[in-house]
Design a protein around this ligand. Structure first.
Ligand SMILES: *Cc1c(COP(=O)(O)O)cnc(C)c1O
Length: 385
């Protein structure tokens, strides 16, 4: 059996070694605390579950959905944009339902990338931007996110010939893995860059609702003219603890939305309608649940950042997301530190180089376990530092 080149070109799976170690420790009966996976630990709000049960009983929802998604869901998304940001979208051609935003992020490259084309990809970053690019035959150009630039890409550092050749630019704020946020002015600069170089911006806003201390992150679609060059991905996964449900959307430029819908209609057949209708319930009635969720994360964030700073780190508290991104102590690489911590304390951290080469020298903590477990993990870390 010979695999296609596109599979061989995928980056090696960096977590494989750590996963083996975890399995070994667990087999030895060790109490492993995983701060590795960015998957909310709390349940989906009850009204959403009730709505799914009700809609699952309706035979009208048992047939193939449409590729673009139910109009009710797309209307709820358009209303959400209007209520949240004052952004007006036409649900008939500016919104498409996705089977989780990861699906759309992976598929968008098929719409615009020819073999050899370039996409601008943030590094460190969510791996799907680069992987979608590679699967479509394109090449990622890595935009380094530096701590001294607030983990924002420096558009002036992108060579002119690369900028002019680029098809898509992926952005992601609030940012996984760094926890950084972007201002509306930053998005305005991105839109200007996209217009100048004829690039389509794909903004991943998966953490738009997970923010603290009243600092509501902007949508790129709030920027004047953004609709001409940008789409925004978002998802019910993080705000409503619905990662397993696979429901999200893309919204913005109608031509890009049309292209994505066309690709999708040839690959999948849309999201289960009962899930879309449960999603409408979440978007329309569960803002209070998001507030509670954010209170949970802010408490956890404070515990972890304060403990790490007592141990000698010098971290600012992230204003959004449920991640802590921190440099490894001197003398370690990302991998050697994660392995050391796992071996000596049975605590799983994610090595920063799992998010790209510029993530080297960092590790990520996901705040998706209870406070008492975070306290225990920090105690164990203190003992081995
Ligand atoms: C979790 C996450 C998503 C959401 O993925 P879904 O497919 O919608 O569950 C998207 N982007 C980033 C950066 C994420 O961390």
């Amino acid at each position: 059996m010979r695999q296609a080149q596109r599979i061989e070109k995928l980056p090696p799976y960096l977590f494989a070694r750590i996963e083996k170690q975890i399995a070994k420790l667990k087999a030895q009966g060790e109490d492993v605390i995983s701060l590795g996976i960015g998957d909310p630990d709390k349940p989906t709000p009850n009204p959403v579950i009730e709505e799914l049960c009700k809609q699952a009983r309706n035979p009208e929802n048992h047939q193939y959905p449409t590729s673009a998604g139910l109009l009710e869901f797309r209307e709820a998304v358009a209303k959400w944009y209007n209520d949240r940001y004052g952004v007006k979208l036409d649900p008939s051609d500016q919104v498409v339902t996705l089977i989780g935003s990861k699906e759309g992020i992976a598929n968008i490259s098929y719409c615009y990338v020819n073999p050899g084309d370039i996409n601008l990809v943030p590094d460190p970053g969510y791996p799907v931007y680069g992987i979608g690019t590679i699967l479509a035959g394109g090449e990622p150009y890595l935009m380094e996110l530096k701590s001294d630039n607030g983990f924002l890409p420096d558009f002036d550092a992108i060579p002119g010939n690369i900028a002019n050749k680029a098809k898509l630019m992926f952005l992601n704020y609030p940012n996984n893995p760094t926890g950084a946020t972007a201002s509306k002015e930053f998005f305005a600069a991105a839109v200007e860059f996209a217009r100048k170089h004829n690039v389509i911006i794909c903004h991943d806003a998966a953490y738009s609702e997970i923010y603290f201390d009243g600092n509501k992150p902007p949508s790129i679609l709030e920027v004047e003219g953004a609709e001409e060059v940008a789409i925004e991905f978002n998802s019910l996964s993080k705000p409503y603890n619905m990662t397993g449900w696979r429901i999200g959307w893309a919204a913005g430029n109608s031509k890009v939305i049309e292209a994505l819908t066309r690709i999708k209609s040839n690959i999948d057949s849309g999201a289960f309608q009962a899930v879309q209708l449960a999603g409408v319930k979440a978007l329309e009635e569960c803002d209070k649940d998001i507030e509670k969720t954010c209170q949970v994360y802010v408490e956890r964030r404070d515990v972890v950042v304060e403990c790490l700073n007592e141990m000698g780190w010098n971290l600012e508290k992230p204003q959004a997301t449920f991640y802590i991104w921190a440099p490894v102590p001197e003398g370690y690489t990302s991998t050697s530190f994660a392995e050391h911590v796992l071996e000596k304390s049975s605590v799983v951290l994610t090595p920063g180089n799992g998010y790209g080469k510029y993530g080297e020298g960092y590790f990520r903590i996901a705040l998706t376990v209870e406070v008492d477990r975070l306290v225990e993990a920090m105690d164990r870390l203190r003992k081995i530092m």
